[in-house]
Every structure is written in structure tokens, then in C-alpha cells.
Design a protein around this ligand. Structure first.
Ligand code: GLY
Length: 352
């Protein structure tokens, strides 16, 4: 049910290598899942198990989103409410307020979303001074004939829609940025100071996906992107099919981690397509990671022929089955279903 611009504003105001052959971990048996590989097209369930899946930083948000979908709220509104918690948390340095800035000390945010029942999508990239780009992405979806707005145009649109302009650089992120800058030398090489301050580098992000009891799906991803990035750099998060993807007939998927590796594989779309072909969510995430490794350029391969970065995928199918997988072992993802909110071990492609 479409909402009026006024209703939207009121609601929004309430939240503010060559030769490398990737192998599956010995412990993971793709054929053990009930759906299995190559068992044909997904059979649509008449009812689904409601479920919300996200990156681990969404542990608070999955509970909020789950409670909302169980209460009958639209799945996209629910997951956006879930990620708003991180966007507005100044201590989460990977997203929204307090997100780490670009090399000039400016916070530039990316976000995108998809609404399964209506097959619509919205996105903003490199938007400044607006803490909740996920809501701006939804506003692009709801109130324009477009899907993606970037930079100054995205900010102008957000302000016209009533979003509050604010400085997103906190004292802490400003200090981190100054310390990072202090490590640059005249030749633009990085000095390695022996101090006790850890300079953060992050491609952290939050992705959240949900399915309701009636099998309706939604997905959202929001981020401050790669820390210290070149101004104007856009990652995978605002790219429909990379940062997140949702098809109401099949499932939803999303990503965190090195966006450049994900953009080349459109992995969220790929995961949904693997699920359409019959793979379970976790198996689909692992298979997409195989593609990421196969598409990795030599300069990003370590001496052992393994990627020097990490990437994480999360997925939920229309029947409420879910999964998460990371390139390297040790990752977790957040989930909330009838068993409550919890972190689960992610499957992995390569042992750390
Ligand atoms: N995945 C977030 C980014 O690379 O921007």
C-alpha cells in the first residue's frame, strides 16, 4: 500500500588467479541440504517461516525487524527500521552517523533497497550529511521514476523530502582520520608508527533481508564504504544486484566486505539466481564466493594464491530457510526467527 509523502516523512522522522581452484570446506556438504543441488526449480511454499538475516552488526536490528514483520508490517519498512539502528549509532564506524570518512575527511554514504511484493528498487550513492541513506533510497523508490541518485543530487532530493542535514563526522572518526592522515609521507607512502592507536580500515556495512509468513521479501544494504576512500568512490552497497537483491518468487541476498570484489560478480543477484536453480541459501552464498575468487585479479592474490580480502554474503529463501557464508573462516551473521535473535557461524570457502 503506497504511503503519502507526508506519511513517509512522519514515519522517517521517527527513526532518524590463474591455477587457483577454490574448494569448499571439508565440513560443508552441499548435497545435505533439503533442497539440494540441481533438484530443479524452487517449489513455492504456501506459507513461509518468517525470518530476518543480516550481517553480525545487525544483531539488534534483526529483532526489531522480526517483531515488526510478525506484527504485520511491510518487510522493507521492517528491515530499514532494523538498519536505522546502526545508521544512527555513532559507535558503528561502518555506516551512517560516525561512519569512517573518505581521504578528505568527508563521510560519503551508499545505500540501496528492494521491495519484493512490488518489484521496486531504490538507491543513493556518495550522499553527504544525511544519516539514514537507507530511508533516502526508499524515498527514491517511492517518490521518483528513478532507481539511483548520487552525490549532490541525492542530498538535494533528501532535503526536499524533509531529511535533516547534519554533520556525520564524530569526534572519534575525525581523530581516526587525522591519525590516518598523519601516516602519509611526502611520497604518499604510509608510515608505520609504533603508537598504541590502531588505525581502523573498514569495508564494514550492514545488510538485512527478511521474509514474512506470507512469503513476501525485502532487502536493504547501507554503508559508509571503504575507509579513507578516494572522494566519489562508490562501493557495491548501492548497486542493485551487488549490495543486495530481492526477487519475491525466490529470495533475497546481500553483502558486506570488499565492494570492488562484489561489483564484478553481481553476487547478490547471482545468489538469488542460484537459489532459483534449487540451491539452499547457504550453498548459494558459497557458490557465489567461488565466483568471486575465480574473478579476483592477480594483484589481490596473496603468495599462497588466496585473496587478500574478505567478503561476506547473507541470504534468505522464500520458504524461510536462510544462510550466511564468508570467504574466510571465523565469520558470523545475525538471524532472528521464532527461536529469537542470535549470531550463527557462517559457512566459509577458505580456512583462515
Ligand atoms: N561493501 C561496502 C563497500 O565496499 O563499500
Amino acid at each position: 500500500m503506497p504511503v503519502s509523502r507526508r506519511e513517509f516523512l512522519e514515519k522517517s522522522a521517527a527513526v532518524a588467479a590463474a591455477g587457483f581452484v577454490p574448494r569448499l570446506p571439508e565440513a560443508f556438504d552441499l548435497t545435505s541440504h533439503p533442497i539440494g543441488i540441481g533438484s530443479g526449480p524452487l517449489v513455492l511454499p504456501s506459507r513461509a517461516r518468517p525470518c530476518v538475516v543480516s550481517s553480525s552488526n545487525g544483531i539488534r536490528g534483526v529483532k526489531v525487524a522480526f517483531d515488526r514483520i510478525v506484527a504485520g508490517e511491510d518487510p522493507l519498512d521492517a528491515v530499514i527500521a532494523g538498519v536505522n539502528i546502526q545508521e544512527l549509532d555513532p559507535d558503528d564506524q561502518s555506516v551512517g552517523l560516525g561512519g569512517l570518512p573518505n581521504e578528505e575527511g568527508v563521510v560519503q554514504l551508499d545505500a540501496s533497497c528492494m521491495h519484493g511484493p512490488t518489484r521496486r528498487a531504490g538507491s543513493v550513492a556518495a550522499i553527504e550529511d544525511i544519516a539514514t541513506p537507507s530511508l533516502v533510497a526508499k524515498a527514491v523508490m517511492d517518490y521518483t521514476d528513478h532507481i539511483m541518485l548520487v552525490g549532490a543530487g541525492a542530498k538535494k532530493f533528501a532535503k526536499a523530502m524533509g531529511f535533516k542535514e547534519q554533520n556525520l563526522l564524530t569526534d572519534k572518526t575525525r581523530q581516526d582520520w587525522l591519525r590516518w592522515k598523519a601516516r602519509l609521507n611526502a611520497n604518499d607512502a604510509w608510515l608505520d608508527h609504533d603508537d598504541d592507536v590502531k588505525i581502523k580500515f573498514t569495508t564494514g556495512t550492514i545488510n538485512m533481508n527478511a521474509v514474512t509468513a506470507t512469503g513476501d521479501l525485502a532487502s536493504v544494504t547501507t554503508t559508509s564504504g571503504m575507509a579513507w576512500k578516494v572522494p566519489g568512490r562508490i562501493g557495491d552497497s548501492p548497486i542493485i544486484g551487488a549490495g543486495q537483491y530481492c526477487d519475491n518468487l525466490v529470495g533475497a541476498a546481500g553483502s558486506t566486505g570488499r565492494g570492488e570484489a562484489n561489483i564484478k560478480t553481481c553476487a547478490s543477484f547471482l545468489i538469488v539466481e542460484f537459489m532459483r536453480g534449487g540451491l539452499a541459501p547457504q550453498a548459494a552464498c558459497l557458490k557465489a564466493l567461488e565466483r568471486v575468487v575465480a574473478m579476483t585479479e592477480t594483484r589481490l592474490m596473496g603468495p599462497n594464491g588466496r585473496p587478500k580480502f574478505d567478503l561476506e554474503f547473507y541470504a534468505v529463501a522464500k520458504d524461510g530457510t536462510f544462510g550466511g557464508a564468508t570467504l574466510y573462516s571465523g565469520g558470523k551473521f545475525a538471524v532472528c526467527d521464532e527461536r529469537g535473535a542470535r549470531l550463527e557461524e557462517a559457512a566459509f570457502l577458505l580456512r583462515r
